[in-house]
Ligand binder design. Structure first.
Ligand SMILES: [Zn+2]
Length: 396
């Protein structure tokens, strides 16, 4: 595979690699190692060094690969970051979701825009980086299970901390039509389980209704939601400006005349400030442990309330001065800064001191949908950006 600096060939390679990537069925939660092997092989052949981190079952894999600087100039390394998982497919696709199909300048397939398009561009461009006289490291960070509350990235981030990779510029190539996104709210998801005591409905005092205690818990959350509104920062850049909270579902009970012994509540919050997340958790845990649980235990000592963290995607905060945003602005000429309503891995990189921006090809409007596609021109724009990064990563 020779890419040289022939734009046409480079573009064709990106389409070919994207086609290959889409064929790996990397739905969140499933084994993504064949895709990781594919990426690792491309990069290793170019001289990259890499390491992997795993989930507990070693089924799902993060890859972090590096093309080392030939002459280190103390320039901050650049991390090109993408998640390898895709959301599940539902019925109704016009073509096979795992076979890339090109029609009318669009490439269809699950993950085409979210976000294998970006990964494909970085892999197509990698041969050029490897041949360049790089004066900074270029890293490739490919994670698992972003779509299920960022389960993979924190494992990678821990390893980056150990390896002292915590100063740099990270570009998260989520689909933004190559616009600069520099902030989003956090997204915390929880399920709270209530265990009570079943009984005949004619004697409510002899049972512990998990459904009733769950209802009170839900009411408390709704009360706290009002408090979150009053905590909105004055200069909030978000719409709505405050942290939100939503009850996604309440599940429990088997019949009109049976006291329910089990119930669970799915809920989520999107904090604009980390402190709001802490506040909310403290308040609701206190209520559960100090008010609800003692009442439940009076009748049934084995009663319990257990809150499971499904995921806590940390927020991505706007910085007054961002090396990452400035780099993209200087290369694309886009000086705008936008916020988005979806969560990404950006906050995780930012938390360890890496200047981070979300900017990638394709539109979020097509993500997670039937007939997901990427407009092919977006791949060209992304390749141009990667070309600009090369210019900024060789001595001038
Ligand atoms: Zn995504």
């Amino acid at each position: 595979m020779s890419t040289e600096n022939n734009p046409e060939q480079l573009y064709n390679n990106s389409v070919q690699i994207l086609t290959d990537l889409i064929a790996f069925k990397t739905i969140s939660g499933e084994d993504n190692s064949p895709l990781i092997d594919y990426c690792d092989n491309i990069l290793k052949k170019l001289g990259a060094s890499s390491f992997r981190t795993f989930d507990d079952e070693k089924k799902r894999v993060n890859l972090f690969a590096t093309l080392k600087a030939k002459n280190s100039n103390n320039k901050k390394p650049i991390i090109l970051s993408g998640h390898t998982d895709v959301v599940p497919v539902s019925k109704g696709w016009s073509s096979d979701p795992f076979t890339a199909t090109i029609k009318d300048n669009k490439l269809y397939g699950r993950g085409s825009c979210d976000m294998k398009g970006f990964i494909a561009c970085t892999l197509a461009y990698a041969p050029i980086y490897s041949k360049s006289n790089l004066d900074r490291d270029i890293h490739f960070s490919f994670t698992f299970d972003e779509e299920t509350a960022c389960q993979g990235a924190p494992i990678l981030i821990e390893e980056l901390k150990k390896r002292d990779i915590k100063d740099g510029i990270c570009i998260i190539g989520e689909p933004t039509n190559m616009k600069i996104i520099d902030a989003h709210k956090g997204c915390y998801e929880y399920t709270t389980y209530f265990k009570g005591l079943a009984g005949h409905s004619s004697a409510p005092h002899k049972g512990v209704s998990a459904v009733e205690y769950a209802s009170r818990y839900v009411n408390k959350l709704i009360e706290l939601r009002e408090k979150l509104k009053t905590r909105a920062p004055k200069d909030s850049i978000f719409d709505p400006p405050h942290s939100t909270l939503s009850i996604g579902g309440v599940f429990g009970g088997i019949a009109h005349n049976v006291i329910a012994d089990k119930c669970h509540v799915n809920w989520e919050t999107r904090p604009v400030l980390k402190e709001d997340g802490i506040f909310l958790n403290q308040e609701i845990d206190k209520y559960a442990n100090e008010e609800l649980l003692p009442e439940m235990k009076k009748i049934f000592p084995n009663a319990s309330i257990k809150k499971d963290i499904i995921g806590e995607i940390v927020g991505f905060d706007r910085q007054d001065k961002s090396d990452a945003c400035e780099l993209i602005s200087s290369l694309t000429g886009d000086n705008s800064r936008q916020v988005v309503s979806f969560g990404t891995e950006a906050g995780l990189f930012q938390e360890i001191g890496i200047s981070t921006v979300v900017c990638g090809p394709g539109s979020i409007d097509q993500a997670h949908k039937i007939d997901e596609f990427i407009v092919l021109d977006e791949l060209k724009k992304c390749l141009n950006l990667l070309d600009g990064i090369k210019a900024e990563s060789v001595p001038n």
